[in-house]
Ligand binder design. Structure first.
Ligand SMILES: [Zn+2]
Length: 387
């Protein structure tokens, strides 16, 4: 079983600083994750045993040395694959935080997301392209190196492992490289990066299921042993979670894209500051029975000064409501808590970040048309189902 490679499924994943710093090839920090040693030991032992069985003239130490040689050749192959990604990122002015080798192969962490679909596609395909070239070099070596030698054995596994890594990573499902390329293609065709994430994410789930089926078949027919079964299962799980993450991120991104202030605005009922909570609620029922209203408290000049906080109002027992003023369960509006009704998409979040508040007066042509609650925004973004 060959280790696969784990590409950066989530460009915004938090920095990982675990692992031993091995060096800085081409200026890119190269880290070795502790999990890589598990892979190295298992592969050395399994492959060493296979070599000892096939070449009885070798001592046990020599057979395991060949096994370890295979591990080193795998690590170099994965490193070159990742350098393919990393140096392509660099070529487009995107810095690389680190390349990490781990139990699944390795991954490259860019400093930011790809700005254009063409860049994402080229960066994604650079890795499998490098692996394909390495596989070709391995095939040439098989021709050159005398057969039935240790060198011939290593050339063979070098060729096979790189070809498998190239083909597997080129499958068009996220979080694999081919999935990123497919997302970029859909992004370029539809101008919507989120649709691409969802499509490539679903294909990624299908690849994970297919890998499980393939592994069980390979195990049942004796091609792989229990370690291969476990490792392949781990890769399938990693794929499934990466694909699911892509689907969720794509859905959230689509909801963000279609989010509009006007659609999420609650109509408001205006009441003077001395009004009792009971009276304000009654007026709200009169204006729009059963609707999600906002109660806006106004001063003597009819200027909005506060918005009733739903949870605080609900916490007041019925019998106390005639004696509680709306003002005591309202939150004061700050000068900046206003939002144009026509705002939509990412600009809504930018406006919230610029002026953090729990409620905003929504303005259309200088006129207040209702209230936008931050909770309603969050609920819209978190809601499941279609956008
Ligand atoms: Zn890759």
């Amino acid at each position: 079983m060959e280790p696969s490679e784990r590409p950066a499924a989530a460009p915004n994943r938090p920095e990982k600083r675990s692992g031993i710093l091995l060096g800085r090839p081409f200026g890119v920090p190269l880290r070795l994750s502790p999990s890589w040693f598990v892979l190295a030991i298992v592969v050395t032992l399994l492959y060493g045993d296979a070599v000892a069985f096939r070449c009885p003239e070798l001592t046990a130490v020599a057979a395991y040395a060949v096994g370890f040689g295979f591990v080193v050749s795998l690590a170099v192959s994965v490193l070159l694959h990742e350098l393919g990604h990393a140096l392509t990122y660099r070529r487009y002015g995107i810095g690389v935080r680190a390349i990490t080798l781990d139990i699944y192969g390795g991954f490259t962490e860019p400093e930011r997301e790809e700005p254009r679909p063409s860049v994402e596609a080229i960066v994604a395909l650079a890795g499998p392209a490098v692996s394909g070239v390495l596989g070709g070099i391995g095939v040439l070596l098989i021709w050159v190196v005398p057969t039935t030698t240790v060198a011939a054995e290593l050339a063979f596994v070098f060729a096979v492992s790189n070809i498998i890594v190239a083909i597997f990573n080129a499958l068009p499902g996220l979080p694999l490289d081919g999935g990123r390329a497919l997302r970029a293609l859909v992004w370029a065709a539809t101008k919507d990066p989120h649709l691409g994430s969802r499509i490539a994410g679903w294909i990624g789930r299908a690849v994970a299921v297919g890998l499980v089926a393939f592994t069980v078949l390979a195990w049942a027919s004796g091609v792989i042993g229990p370690f291969g079964l476990i490792f392949s299962g781990m890769v399938a799980m990693m794929l499934w979670f990466g694909a699911s993450h892509a689907i969720r991120a794509g859905a959230a991104g689509a909801r963000l894209r279609t989010m509009s202030v006007r659609r999420l605005t609650r109509p408001a009922v205006w009441v003077p500051r001395q009004t009792s909570l009971a009276e304000a609620l009654r007026r709200g029922e009169q204006v729009a029975p059963g609707a999600d209203l906002a109660i806006v408290v106004v001063d003597t000049a009819d200027r909005p000064i506060a918005v009733v906080h739903d949870e605080a109002a609900a916490a007041v027992p019925d019998e106390r409501r005639p004696w509680v003023s709306v003002e005591s369960v309202a939150r004061t509006l700050s000068a900046g808590s206003r939002m144009p009704a026509d705002l939509s998409g990412e600009a809504v979040l930018d406006a919230v970040r610029a002026n953090p508040a729990t409620e905003y007066l929504v303005l259309s042509d200088e006129e207040v048309i209702g209230v936008l609650r931050r909770d309603d925004l969050a609920r819209h973004l978190m809601s499941r189902g279609s956008a």
